[in-house]
Design a protein around this ligand. Structure first.
Ligand code: SF4
Length: 475
């Protein structure tokens, strides 16, 4: 018998097509990527930590769902907190993170690794409450226990301080209205032999990125309306009107200035350059010119004392200056932050521009480091004053090349403006770099270390090449 679980219910609410494929043609769903898997793993670790709040709780995480149901039925009589207790009614199946007895009733506690209550969490708990109620449990209240983003680690993690418990009973009761009809609709989709025809929409990435996007969005041309810079609803309106290619947008259609530049570049095949503004930007760069990039990791449960959940911890930098390259990569599981600062101060001279790409990231990390190590405050503030953001001319479309596909990210700008790209690297993005670092320090991988060094080095090398090309363009 195919079951409607709470995760499938949420998939069904997002999209009936995704729901049907997940039940009938599961092979079409790609394996989660590294970063998605990391989120799942973080959720699991946080869930385990929450169990520590109920020392007399009974854990029922049986892999065999029938055994889990049987044990849950048995343990529910004991009137103790239950972890991962499962109940099934007809085709409906739900497993609770934590069920806590409240007199003759029960409270549902859903544990999440996020830092706030989201709509999808309310839908999740509403399905649980519905199933447990049908199974005969009298539910008193519903809670969402999420990560307290103000928590600061000091020694062993105290789950009482780490979590924030919010009463979501009212919201769940509102969300439960009409649930039977929604469930029946999904059960009909489940029974159907044909996949529902669903058009692409903003739901494809809300609340989660649908893994079938490559399938469903594949009909779009390579330079599509969805490349429009900050296109939002406009893209879906164009789609409704049958316009798919960026170049086919009618001339009279209302576009923003930046979108207008994209449209023109696509139609003419020419590169857009605002020489005056580009020149002014380049003239603002002071010699000697430093090119700097940071890599960071973050975890739901902080690893280091003095840090918060999901705080970005810098572990690596790359610096190019006058043809020379300097780099730092922490190599053990001790706190890398002070070593990072010491090394950075050694190689970053006292004058000249410091070019970064998307300055808010590097500046925020520098400020956090200064807060953690106040001796560096003055120096950090001087460093910040020297920062120049190479993202600026691209996000403001001083230069635009249709090869960028509406993006001002360095990963898209580099191949558009030079012949080079990131494709040959084993580590080619920040998320993978962070996860690779964590795996390196815990699994001691020399190959990973080399790949991390190559990746971060390319981030600053890319800026050197881009500035060089811009210099040629404005001549
Ligand atoms: S990509 Fe969009 S339309 Fe396709 S299955 Fe996913 S949510 Fe549905």
């Amino acid at each position: 018998m195919t079951l409607l679980t709470k995760s499938k219910y949420l998939v069904g609410l997002q999209c009936p097509k995704y729901f049907w494929v997940s039940l009938h043609e599961e092979d079409r769903i790609p394996e989660p990527d590294l970063s998605t898997q990391h989120k799942f793993d973080q959720g699991h670790i946080v869930g385990q930590l929450a169990k520590g709040l109920f020392p007399d709780g009974i854990d029922i995480p049986e892999a065999d769902f029938k055994k889990n149901i049987a044990k849950s039925k048995e343990f529910v009589k004991l009137g103790k907190p239950l972890f991962e207790a499962a109940f099934m009614v007809g085709n409906l199946y739900s497993r609770a993170d934590i069920l806590v007895p409240a007199g003759s009733k029960w409270d549902i506690i859903e544990v999440k690794s996020g830092t706030k209550v989201k709509d999808v969490n309310i839908q999740d708990v509403s399905f649980q409450k519905h199933v447990y109620s049908l199974a005969g449990l009298n539910i008193r209240k519903c809670f969402l226990m999420h990560v307290n983003n103000e928590f600061v680690k000091s020694g062993e993690i105290d789950p009482k301080k780490f979590f924030t418990k919010e009463d979501i009973t009212e919201e769940v009761n509102e969300a439960i209205v009409g649930i039977e009809e929604r469930i029946n609709n999904l059960l009909n989709v489940m029974k159907s032999e044909t996949c529902p025809d669903v058009k692409i929409s903003k739901d494809c990435s809300d609340p989660y990125d649908c893994p079938l996007e490559d399938d469903c969005w594949g009909f779009l041309p390579s330079a599509s309306i969805f490349d429009l810079y900050r296109g939002g609803q406009k893209c879906f309106k164009l789609l409704e009107e049958g316009i798919l290619a960026l170049k086919d947008i009618p001339h009279e259609y209302k576009l923003t200035d930046k979108q207008g530049i994209q449209h023109k570049c696509e139609k003419t095949g020419k590169v857009h350059v605002d020489k005056e503004k580009l020149k002014k930007f380049l003239e603002g760069i002071q010699k000697p010119v430093y090119y700097l990039d940071f890599e960071t990791f973050r975890t739901a449960i902080p690893i280091l004392d003095g840090t918060k959940p999901y705080q970005q911890i810098p572990f690596q930098f790359s610096l190019h200056i006058d043809g020379k390259h300097f780099e730092f990569l922490a190599n053990d599981n001790s706190d890398p932050r002070e070593k990072f600062l010491v090394e950075l101060r050694t190689v970053l001279g006292s004058s000249g521009s410091i070019i970064v790409y998307n300055q808010s990231f590097e500046i925020s990390r520098l400020k956090e480091l200064a807060d953690a190590y106040p001796d560096y405050k003055k120096w950090v503030s001087e460093v910040i004053d020297r920062v120049v953001d190479l993202w600026f001319p691209f996000k403001n479309f001083y230069y635009y090349n249709s090869e960028q596909h509406g993006s001002a990210s360095i990963k898209d700008v580099l191949p558009a403006i030079t012949e080079k790209d990131y494709s040959k690297l084993k580590i080619a993005d920040g998320d993978t770099a962070a996860l690779s670092y964590l795996s390196m320090i815990y699994a001691d991988g020399e190959d990973v270390r080399k790949d991390l060094l190559k990746y971060c080095k390319l981030d600053t090398e890319a800026m050197v090449w881009i500035v060089k090309e811009l210099g040629k363009i404005v001549k």
